[in-house]
Design a protein. Structure first.
Lengths: 290, 271, 261
């Protein structure tokens, strides 16, 4: 992780060892040996062979991979919506079996994840009610979250009255108000237009910096992954393993215009792009047991 | 099986087709078994609910009686005739009203008011005029079923793409041509849905008329069997009517699927 | 909406009905026909027929039976529908049987239930109404529950909604448009059954009164009865639509948004 090899050219495809956490308490999410096989009608599909990585508290880690690489499977396993065949998912020191408390998920289909019969405020408030928060606390949390995402005027609107970008902001507000240990986002901006996507990317980074929440961000967009993340986990194709854990050495203060035109961005982006191309061709990390 | 289908593995159990059918049969057999056991053990009085086997025996006996087949024929004839008439009135009326904006606006309130009037309200009148002749049943059936068709056709005609209609007008299509080339294809799925709804309603009203008024048919047979204490026969006839209803529903749904399969637009109807 | 537009809308709404009523009035004005007495006569007999004791002895009991049977059907239908909708196993088991039972014309239930206990009390009529109109509610609830969006259910799981919250706030509300459609169908069936059940053995009731008029050839009174039944259907339908308007405002919004309105 500290070598500069990974940041240069395309030659290095040596998988780097995952970053060693300084202490156990600093690790928010620990994935060990995740393995998922789908069996149905006699056919066996090994979606994920072995995923092992950690996410330190307060990190913003992106996951990219070729289509069909099992990004969604990984995400659903982490979110507890899908049982892995083997492997452990440890959140804040406790093993995950079923949706873990302390995790909030933002889905790609924002329109379908918000309750249409509730107002924006009610949507954001609902998980807080389930958490047992008192009414005053809840109101404060909801107001703060909606202001943080820039929707302080839309409390009483219904989701379907809002644009796609605004709906996704509501989903993000809901996740943020929940005060999770880990925020998991599943290709959240895949279905919005480019301009809105840029705004939402900046929103995620600013929320991350202000609130210090740990973020795992799954995307197919290489530029987005490099722009957002401190690390980018590049997945191989099926059966999925981690191809490389790329450290993003860009400054913390990122900006759509300057950062994206910086030469380091271009190199990192190129590196990840190359990895993905190889992944699509079926490249596997060296030393992988057959 | 794609990974996508597997993704739903955690929550939805997607049952194989033959497993679904098997379970369905199991459920039906279970209910029949219940109907057999409950009366026999005395949990339910045999006089009110005979065992399934004796119902089946009575059913078998019915199938050999000419009277039964006559009654069945009368019911089906009344149903078919009423349904046909309702389709005709509903489609013609619906296209007419739907195509002429003035008519649509003028009749809207009347339709909204007349539609919820229950057909049973007409029973006393119809009995007075026609007694227990088949015409009584016909009037009730046509009254109730026409509404189903009319409303669906109205939805269909209103659903016509105004751009398509304007295009046809700008090419100086005749009124009739516009109906044929633009209105009808859009309205067709709605017409078919109306057909399905009307088919069910027609059967209900036909049997109701037979039961309540005494128009010849299976409904009347049920009434006669019940009042003369022929318990097994009552149930057997009810089962027959139910089976006819199932057949009508399945056939109508099959027709609907057939027509909608090649139709480009797919839309949901209201129940 | 300006006064002018409102006035015009009112006029168009009333135009045809007024015309029809006038035609009815004029055509039957000097009628000596047995079946078609003058409209004026019918309207004249209205008050004396209905605005007396009859309200308490006939109309209210009928309405009470109707409401009881319908509400019972709602409870049973929704409860059963949710249970079956949530369990693919239950659904597979019960689907063919349910298809059969819902295909039986509801009025046919009357003789069957009459077998059990005669048909004079209120209970048998309430049972008839309940059993007759539970099917559309049940089946539509199953459909509605099944159609609740997967992503919503995933969201509910991720945010740890308790079972009761999930049921009320996600499943029932999500299925409510479909349930409402079933409830609407069931309402018309309930009215039909209310009348027919009284034809079979009741001395008191709305349907019973109308039939008595018919049998005793009290024609103008019979007509008033028909009008009352019609008005009942219209009133219930209006009430239903008002309730639906408020409860399902969100659904209209979603649909309009989908259609790009």
């Amino acid at each position: 992780m500290n070598s500069t090899d990974a940041d240069q050219g395309a030659a290095a495809v040596q998988p780097k060892a995952p970053p060693k956490p300084s202490s156990q308490a600093a690790v928010a999410l620990n994935i060990r040996g995740l393995h998922k096989v789908y069996e149905s009608h006699g056919r066996r599909v090994e979606a994920i062979r072995d995923l092992t990585f950690t996410v330190d508290r307060g990190q913003l880690v992106c996951v990219v991979g070729p289509s069909g690489a099992g990004k969604t499977t990984l995400l659903r396993c982490i979110a507890g919506l899908l049982d892995p065949t083997r492997g452990e998912i440890i959140l804040d020191g406790t093993q995950v079996a079923g949706p873990p408390r302390g995790m909030a998920v933002v889905f790609q289909e924002y329109g379908r994840s918000l309750f249409p019969w509730m107002t924006v405020r009610q949507n954001v408030e609902r998980p807080l009610i389930e958490k047992g928060m008192k009414r005053d606390q809840r109101r404060q949390a909801v107001d703060a979250a909606l202001t943080a995402v820039g929707l302080s005027d839309s409390h009483d609107a219904h989701p379907w009255q809002l644009s796609g970008g605004m709906q996704q902001r509501v989903a993000i507000a809901r996740a943020v108000a929940y005060e999770p240990s880990v925020l998991v986002m599943d290709e959240p901006f895949a279905a919005v237009d480019a301009q809105t996507r840029a705004e939402l990317e900046d929103l995620v980074r600013s929320l991350w910096r202000r609130l210090g929440v740990t973020v795992l961000f799954v995307t197919h967009d290489i530029d987005e992954a490099v722009y957002l993340g401190q690390r980018v986990l590049v997945l191989s194709n099926r059966p999925t393993v981690i191809l490389e854990d790329v450290r993003i050495d860009l400054p913390d203060d990122r900006d759509q215009l300057r950062t994206r035109s910086a030469p380091e961005f271009g190199e990192l982006r190129g590196h990840v792009y190359e990895l993905i191309q190889r992944a699509k061709e079926g490249h596997r990390p060296s030393g992988e047991p057959v | 099986m794609t990974v996508q289908a597997g993704l739903s593995e955690g929550r939805h159990i997607r049952l194989l087709p033959f497993r679904q059918v098997g379970l369905g049969l199991l459920g039906s057999v279970g209910i029949i078994a219940l109907l057999e056991v409950l009366p026999r053990t005395g949990a339910v009085d045999r006089r009110y609910l005979p065992p399934a086997s004796s119902m089946a025996a009575s059913l078998g006996g019915l199938l050999g009686e000419a009277d039964f087949w006559t009654a069945a024929g009368q019911t089906i004839r009344g149903w078919a005739f009423g349904l046909g008439l309702a389709m005709l009135l509903g489609v013609v009326g619906g296209v007419l009203i739907g195509s002429v904006p003035l008519l649509r606006v003028l009749t809207a309130s009347t339709i909204e008011f007349l539609r919820p009037i229950p057909s049973v309200a007409l029973i006393p009148l119809v009995v007075l005029i026609f007694g227990s002749r088949p015409q009584s049943a016909l009037i009730l059936v046509v009254y109730a079923a026409t509404w189903q068709v009319l409303l669906q056709v109205l939805y269909g005609v209103l659903d016509v793409d105004p751009v398509a209609r304007d295009t046809a007008r700008s090419f100086r299509f005749s009124r009739w041509s516009i109906v044929r080339t633009v209105v009808w294809p859009t309205a067709l799925p709605y017409v078919v849905t109306g057909f399905r709804l009307a088919a069910a309603v027609s059967l209900i009203l036909e049997v109701t008329a037979e039961l309540v008024i005494g128009v010849p048919g299976l409904g009347r047979s049920i009434g006669v069997a019940q009042s003369s204490g022929a318990v097994e026969e009552t149930y057997a006839l009810v089962i027959v009517v139910g089976l006819i209803g199932v057949a009508v529903n399945l056939a109508a749904r099959a027709v609907e699927r057939r027509v909608l399969r090649w139709h480009p637009s797919v839309r949901r109807e209201e129940a | 909406m300006t006064v002018l537009t409102f006035g015009r809308r009112l006029l168009t709404a009333l135009a045809l009905p007024l015309v029809l009523l006038t035609i009815w009035w004029v055509l039957t004005a000097n009628s000596t026909s047995f079946f078609w007495p003058p409209l004026s006569t019918i309207l004249r007999t209205f008050p004396e027929t209905w605005f007396g004791d009859r309200i308490t002895t006939d109309v209210l009991p009928s309405l009470a039976r109707l409401c009881t049977g319908y509400l019972l059907a709602l409870v049973l239908g929704i409860a059963g529908g949710v249970a079956i909708g949530l369990s693919p196993l239950l659904r597979a088991l019960t689907e063919p049987s349910l298809e059969f039972f819902r295909a039986i014309p509801p009025p046919v239930l009357v003789p069957v239930i009459a077998l059990f206990a005669g048909y004079t009390g209120s209970l048998s009529k309430i049972i008839t109404i309940t059993i007759g109109c539970v099917w559309p509610i049940l089946l539509n609830t199953v459909e509605g529950v099944r159609a609740v969006d997967e992503v919503l259910l995933d969201t509910a799981r991720c945010y740890h909604l308790r079972w009761r919250s999930k049921l009320v706030h996600v499943i029932l509300r999500g299925a409510s448009p479909q349930i409402a459609a079933g409830a609407r169908q069931a309402l018309s069936i309930a009215v039909i059954l209310m009348v027919i059940s009284e034809l079979f053995g009741a001395n008191h009731g709305l349907g019973a009164s109308v039939v008595q008029f018919q049998r005793s050839f009290a024609i103008p009174q019979m007509w008033t009865g028909i009008i009352v039944l019609g008005l009942l259907g219209v009133a219930l339908s209006a009430i239903f639509r008002i309730v639906e308007h408020f409860a399902l405002a969100w659904y209209r919004g979603v649909r309009d948004a989908d259609r790009g309105v």
